[in-house]
Write a new protein. Structure first.
Length: 247
């Protein structure tokens, strides 16, 4: 079964969507998170074992400590349950170095999509578990005098919550700050954990498969999966429906 063969997304049948919530890493930005996780593995395991598939499958979208523990366990590191703090701290240091070197870029299709959703008059929020997301978005200019960080109506990035994705807390918080009912929100995610969080929040999930991970996003329950946000039908969004643009 191909992506195009999937049943119509639940949101297309409801026609209720009126707000969007965006993840950051992998959706809006090509950030150095994966690189930092990989390079920080030196001394724990062979960095070459930290593949993009492993990153997307067990680390992406999770809070830093949870991601560190998941990676070490997936790699079979001895005493993995006692190592996450040291690994997470090392990853954070490397990420800060890469960010200071401006190893961050926006995905052009993401910027086009954000502008298109804003033009619909939808309120938009940004919601990432990463405490570095705001610093990275600040580096991305979108128009005269404004960075990507400035365009959102609500920002819940890096908040200290009891549980991270796939728990829905971060998305429910974003909806509350937008003052929009959860069931009328569209979540844009690239990580299976984020799609699972959207489903748990009763929100529509748009999966962005930038890393050949369509199957993972499908299993997580994405309503629609695209490889580029240019594939989303904006005219259908105007009517509250999530659909693919006709070929």
């Amino acid at each position: 079964m191909t992506v195009r063969d999937l049943p119509a997304p639940r949101s297309a049948r409801r026609g209720l969507l009126k707000a969007a919530i965006f993840d950051v890493d992998g959706v809006l930005l090509a950030s150095p998170h994966e690189q930092a996780w990989r390079e920080a593995l030196i001394g724990f395991a062979d960095p070459a074992l930290f593949t993009s598939a492993l990153y997307q499958g067990v680390v992406a979208g999770k809070p830093r400590l949870s991601g560190a523990r998941a990676a070490l366990e997936a790699l079979g590191v001895a005493d993995a349950d006692r190592q996450p703090v040291r690994y997470a701290d090392r990853k954070q240091k490397r990420l800060e170095e890469l960010t200071e070197a401006r190893s961050v870029a926006a995905f052009p299709d993401a910027l086009r999509f954000v502008r298109a959703v804003m033009a619909l008059g939808w309120p938009i929020a940004v919601a990432s578990s990463s405490k570095n997301a705001n610093d990275m978005m600040r580096l991305i200019p979108v128009d005269s005098g404004r960075s990507l960080l400035d365009v959102f109506n609500a920002n819940v990035c890096g908040r200290d919550l009891p549980r991270g994705k796939p728990d829905p807390a971060i998305y429910l918080l974003a909806a509350a700050e937008l003052r929009v009912e959860a069931g009328r929100c569209l979540v844009v995610e690239d990580a299976p954990a984020g799609i699972e969080a959207a489903r748990a929040a009763k929100m529509a999930g748009l999966g962005v498969a930038r890393h050949g991970d369509t199957a993972l996003l499908r299993t997580a329950g994405a309503d629609l999966i695209v490889t580029s946000l240019d594939e989303v039908a904006i005219d259908e969004l105007a009517d509250g429906r999530l659909c693919r643009r006709p070929a």
